[in-house]
Design a protein around this ligand. Structure first.
Ligand code: CO
Length: 193
């Protein structure tokens, strides 16, 4: 990098002002900066198996809180992907070990959407639809956190988006769920209104 651009690290060292927080899958084929064409310094990142956001996961919540309150990011992107091994494992009766406890959250999403998913005969197509439904559930989970709701209460403009990436064609798809205010979440989850 220095051979190409001698000032690269001197600039990067002074730069930690990302506008985006990316929450994505740990899958080795999904480098977030490259997927959305952003340079180092432009993206704050949290990754775990199957891009889950759990309200008791102190790691994920700390990333979210730091990104929103300290770095002042304006957008949170939950990005899943088609062909996700975590989603596929959560559809199988085959145990994999400790990870099964983590993937239990996807089994919940499967159960909540059992009627729709049971109409899809092809297992790959069903897994891809479950990957989409999982993204939508995790977008909701981000919005239900104390962190997002407190940021909105303070008048911060933070918007949460659900995207899905395809390894098949390298394209990102917007799942059309975009939440930027507490009025968009169910009253049962609202903390301040
Ligand atoms: Co995955």
């Amino acid at each position: 990098m220095v051979a190409q651009d001698p000032g690269f690290f001197a600039r990067l060292e002074k730069l930690q002002t990302p506008e985006l927080l990316w929450i994505g899958c740990s899958d080795s084929r999904l480098p977030p900066n490259e997927i959305i064409g952003r340079a180092p310094g432009e993206l704050f990142v949290h990754r775990n198996v199957a891009n889950l956001v759990e309200h008791t996961d102190v790691n994920c919540l700390s990333v979210l809180q730091y990104a929103i309150d300290v770095l002042q990011v304006k957008h949170v992107i939950v990005c899943g992907h088609y062909g996700c091994g975590g989603v596929r494992a959560a559809m199988s009766p085959q145990p994999l070990g400790l990870i099964d406890n983590w993937l239990r959250h996807i089994r919940d999403v499967h159960l909540w959407n059992r009627d729709e998913l049971s109409t899809i005969a092809d297992l790959d197509v069903r897994a891809d639809r479950l990957a989409e439904l999982n993204v939508l559930a995790q977008v909701a989970n981000v919005c239900h956190t104390t962190i997002l709701q407190d940021a909105w209460r303070r008048g911060r403009a933070v918007t949460v988006h659900g995207w899905i990436y395809s390894l098949h064609d390298g394209l990102l798809r917007d799942l059309g769920l975009c939440i930027g205010s507490p009025e968009q979440i169910p009253p049962e989850y609202r903390l301040f209104y």
